[in-house]
Design a protein around this ligand. Structure first.
Ligand code: ATP
Ligand code: MG
Length: 655
């Protein structure tokens, strides 16, 4: 194998730099010295962060790594997460502070202060106990984005039940397999929620799923939409059982390694894995990273993470991190285009959101819809804006900074996974001079590096596999019920290293750029080329909003690059023509070099995405190789592939 096949080519050059605003740098929660302190004493650094929480019993040992890869953090310590996220703030005199400004899709609102949240969580905890849920039991939660969702999670955490939140867009079958895998005793759900301007039912899906799940004893149902639901003997209404409970409940002190939740990864790749997160280490790292990466000032900031709580981003950065830090958050039920495409910016204007956290897929959608939409709203309250979920293309980063962040807000591109539990690689907004498209450096206390196939760190300027070198507090502890799969999936590729599945490169300064999943890497004429770099080159064309790139078998080059492109709303009519495709191919060749020139470009109206909004390149590979299209069940919208297939005759191939 040649040298170039062992690592990833580094094609994209990006020279723009955005230093932090002086004022932010001056008053930042975390400054540059944090890196040095953490380097000098990593475990001491994490102990210091754990001390930001309230423990009922102090730990004996920060980390037990005597049986790798099975870690124990803050060994012997005890705490309660719900107490830390709610009661603690009330006791400290912040009961009147808003925890959530909740906005329903139809425009109805609810405001929950920390005192309100304490009452609701205590009642829900008492209700769970009445329904027979005990410490150590598993509770499945299948809900829309309504306040009862975080309340249910916190109620579980309060009594020591382990929750398994299943995203409300999943099918009955997906819900059933997750209930079975965790042997959940209770499901908490709602009649439905509002999506795209109308009620979207959830209860019928639960009814179907629990037909064959013997572990389920009760189904607890929140009334949200008021639509008719079928009543079964196992069903109980939230308003019947929770509302009449006492608002007094003493939080249960739990071992630092007590299982907090199971969360199944979205399944972009293979059978869902039940990722297990525990208590002390998890809360320590989500609270610290939320404080450091978003520079949260709980007295003055209004924070909004637009994710769904069904994903890890929502667990860590809508529920546990912000609440542990006493933040005031916005929580929104619906979609960004209901009733109009300015809804998110309207929400930012209305609540004076100062910190905003979203995903590249959303940013690229807004680029497609046009700059004039956010321009109609007052977004001047914003001061830090973040991104997570996929590599952010430099052009999308710059658009986000300019059109949402008024060319003033630092963009924090945060790399992490369901498995890592919390942010691992990210700029610090008061320290880092941001580079568009780069996740930059591991956070203080985190060790990550890019290695070649022999696990040797690649030199600056090289690309390879992103690995984590040392255990971290919020790391997954195992795959639920399958220690062997845990070891095999994450710790076998490279001896002693956690391998995350992602490709990355280090630039000349040693800063880290994510290059997408290694499974997606293309091998063109002996060069490993990342899909991300070619997609970013396409998105850097002023008429392109979004693109997806795959490698298709090619008799000459091994694989050839096939690109799918969504034009920007402002691009005009000529995007269907031959000339435009030629222009795009030349543009890529100029930006990255002739090796990266796509063999073929197809203009499409949509791209296939998972329910969490990530591009599913596997299906596009089927199209590019003229195969019948594979399993589409994990797609958010299965009709997208038909739209693309209809476009096939217009597919262009040249040279
Ligand atoms: P599955 O593991 O089931 O295929 P998933 O990996 O999409 O699903 P998540 O854990 O939500 O589920 O996503 C983590 C992955 O998302 C990372 O491994 C990486 O590929 C991508 N990712 C997240 N944040 C970033 C980022 N800032 N830059 C680049 N990629 C990112
Ligand atoms: Mg993954």
């Amino acid at each position: 194998m040649s040298e170039s096949q062992e690592t990833l080519s580094n094609l994209l050059q990006e020279t723009r730099r955005f230093p932090p605003p002086a004022e932010l740098a001056e008053s930042a929660n975390v400054k540059a010295d944090a890196y040095e302190r953490a380097d000098a004493d990593r475990l001491g650094f994490w102990a210091e962060q754990a001390d930001r929480l309230a423990w009922t019993k102090r730990w004996d040992e920060v980390l037990d790594w005597s049986n790798p890869p099975f870690a124990k953090w803050f060994v012997g310590g005890e705490l309660n997460i719900a107490y830390n996220c709610v009661d603690r703030h009330v006791e400290n005199g912040h009961g009147d502070r808003v925890a959530y400004h909740w906005e329903g899709e139809p425009g109805d609102t609810r405001t929950l202060t920390y005192a309100d949240l304490q009452t609701e969580v205590a009642k829900a905890a008492n209700a769970l106990l009445e329904l027979g849920v005990r410490k150590g039991d598993r509770v499945a939660i299948y809900m829309p984005m309504i306040p009862e969702l975080p309340i249910s999670m916190l109620a579980c955490a309060r009594i020591g039940a382990t929750h398994s939140v299943v995203f409300g867009g999943f099918s009955a079958d997906a819900l059933r397999t997750r209930i079975e895998d965790a042997e959940a005793k209770l499901v908490i759900t709602a009649d439905g929620g509002y999506r795209r301007g109308k009620p979207s039912a959830l209860k019928p899906t639960v009814d179907e799923a629990v037909q064959s799940t013997p572990s389920i004893e009760k189904v607890l149902v929140v009334r949200r939409t008021g639509e008719q639901v079928e009543q079964h003997e196992r069903d109980v209404w939230w308003h019947d059982v929770v509302d009449r409970q006492s608002a007094e409940h003493k939080p249960e002190p739990l071992d630092s390694e007590h299982p907090l939740y199971i969360l199944y990864t979205s399944g972009t790749t293979g059978k869902p894995k039940g990722i297990l997160h525990t208590t002390g280490g998890y809360l320590t790292q989500v609270a610290y990273t939320h404080h450091a990466v978003f520079d949260l000032k709980p007295e003055t900031d209004v924070y909004w993470c637009s994710a769904d709580i069904g994903w890890v981003t929502g667990h860590s950065y809508i529920v546990y991190g912000p609440l542990a830090n006493g933040a005031t958050s916005v929580m929104y039920e619906g979609t960004p285009d209901t009733p109009h495409r300015g809804r998110w910016w309207e929400i930012i204007q209305k609540y004076k959101v100062s910190i905003f956290y979203t995903a590249p897929t959303a940013i690229r959608t807004f680029m497609k819809w046009g700059d004039d939409i956010p321009a109609q709203y007052d977004l001047s309250s914003l001061r830090v804006i973040g991104s997570v979920g996929e590599p952010i293309n430099p052009e999308a980063y710059v658009w986000y900074r300019e059109h949402i962040g008024a060319s003033r807000c630092p963009v924090v591109d945060t790399w992490w996974q369901t498995e890592t539990g919390a942010i691992m690689i990210s700029p610090l907004p008061g320290v880092t001079a941001g580079k568009p498209g780069a996740a930059m450096r591991p956070l203080p206390g985190i060790s990550a590096d890019v290695v070649d196939d022999q696990a040797r760190p690649v030199p600056n300027g090289g690309g390879g596999f992103l690995t984590l070198q040392e255990p971290w507090p919020s790391m997954l502890r195992t795959i639920w019920g399958d220690d062997e799969r845990y070891v095999k999936t994450y710790w076998s590729r490279f001896e002693g290293l956690y391998f995350a599945g992602d490709g990355a490169k280090k630039d000349e300064d040693g800063d880290i750029w994510l290059l997408g999943r290694v499974d997606d890497v293309m091998l063109v004429s002996g060069h490993n080329i990342s899909t991300t770099e070619v997609e970013s080159a396409l998105v850097s064309h002023p008429k392109v909003a979004e693109s997806a790139v795959v490698g298709a078998t090619d008799p000459v080059t091994g694989q050839a690059i096939v690109a799918f492109v969504i034009p920007r709303g402002s691009a005009g009519e000529d995007v269907e023509g031959e000339d435009f495709l030629k222009e795009l191919r030349e543009h890529v060749a100029r930006t990255l070099g002739p090796i990266a020139k796509p063999r073929q470009i197809m203009i499409v109206p949509e791209l296939p995405k998972t329910r969490s909004g990530k591009i599913m390149r596997r299906l596009l590979r089927d199209v590019a190789e003229n195969r019948s299209i594979g399993d589409v069940t994990t797609l958010a919208d299965s009709t997208v592939m038909n739209l693309i297939a209809e476009k096939l005759p217009s597919a262009k191939s040249e040279d």
